[in-house]
Design a protein around this ligand. Structure first.
Ligand code: DC
Length: 230
C-alpha cells in the first residue's frame, strides 16, 4: 500500500481535533494527535515537581529523557510515558494552562519533531494533527489542510466541550486564554503556527463538524486519488 500522510494544522478550537480522527476513520488511515505529545510532557513535568514556566532547562531534560509512546491498539491511541498511562491528564486545566510554555521550547520541539517523524515512518498511512505538521514535520505530505475559525467561535466551542465533559466553563476566560495561546503559538521562533503555502485553508466558523468533515474527505480523495482504498 502506498504511503499517505495527511496533515491538519490550525489553532485551538478550529475544529481540527474533532475532525482529524473521524477523517482518519473514513479514509482508513491511522491518526496522530501531536498536541497530546506536548500535553504529555507538560503533565509529566507537573506530576514530577518540574515547573513548566520557571524551569525550561528541566523541562527540556524531561522531554529528552522520557520514553513516550502511543498504544496503537486503542482508538484513540492512549499516551504512555515511562510506562504510565497519562491520557486522563492531557485535558486537565493545569496542563492546558502550561502547555504553550512547554511547546515554545526549541529543545522540546526538537525531540517531539524527531519522534513524530519516526512515527510517520512506522505508520506511513496517517492523518496527523497539530500546528507544524505540514510546515515542519512532514513538508512533503501528499495532502495538507489548515483549519481556522474566529477566536470567538473557537472559545464558544471549547466552552461547550468542557461543559459536555461536566466541567465549568467561563467563555470570557477561555477567549482570553485562546488569544494568549494563539499569540504564543504563532510568534515562537521554532515551528510557529503558520498556514503552509501548499495547504488547503478552510475557515470553519460558519460550518458544522459534518460539513467540515465532508469537505476534508472530498479534498483528500481528490488529491490522494488511488492512495485511498476505502
Ligand atoms: O492541539 P492542542 O490544544 O492539544 O495543543 C496543545 C499545545 O501544544 C498548544 O499550545 C499548541 C502546541 N502544539 C504545538 O506547538 N505543536 C504541535 N504540533 C501540536 C501542539
Amino acid at each position: 500500500m502506498s504511503d499517505l500522510i495527511i496533515t491538519l494544522d490550525g489553532p485551538a478550537g478550529s475544529g481540527k481535533s474533532s475532525v482529524a480522527r473521524k477523517l482518519a476513520q473514513r479514509l482508513g488511515l491511522e491518526f496522530l494527535d501531536t498536541g497530546a505529545m506536548y500535553r504529555g510532557i507538560t503533565a509529566q513535568c507537573l506530576d514530577h515537581g518540574v515547573n513548566p514556566t520557571q524551569e525550561p532547562e528541566r523541562v527540556i531534560e524531561v522531554a529528552r529523557s522520557v520514553r513516550m509512546r502511543f498504544a496503537w491498539g486503542d482508538d484513540p491511541p492512549r499516551l504512555i510515558i515511562d510506562g504510565r498511562d497519562v491520557t486522563h491528564r492531557l485535558r486537565d486545566p493545569d496542563v492546558t494552562v502550561s502547555v504553550s510554555d512547554v511547546a515554545m521550547l526549541a529543545g522540546v520541539r526538537e525531540v517531539m519533531v524527531r519522534l513524530q517523524q519516526r512515527i510517520g515512518a512506522e505508520h506511513s498511512r496517517l492523518v496527523t494533527e497539530g500546528r507544524d505538521q505540514g510546515s515542519v514535520v512532514f513538508p512533503d505530505a501528499r495532502v495538507k489542510f489548515y483549519l481556522d475559525a474566529s477566536a470567538k467561535v473557537r472559545a464558544g466551542r471549547r466552552a461547550r466541550q468542557l461543559r459536555e465533559a461536566g466541567r465549568e466553563a467561563d467563555e470570557a476566560v477561555i477567549l482570553a486564554q485562546i488569544i494568549q495561546r494563539d499569540q504564543k503559538d504563532s510568534t515562537r521562533k521554532d515551528g510557529p503556527l503558520i498556514c503552509p503555502p501548499d495547504a488547503v485553508r478552510i475557515d470553519t466558523s460558519e460550518m458544522t463538524l459534518e460539513e467540515v468533515l465532508n469537505l476534508l474527505e472530498a479534498k483528500s480523495r481528490e488529491k490522494a486519488g488511488r492512495a485511498i482504498q476505502v
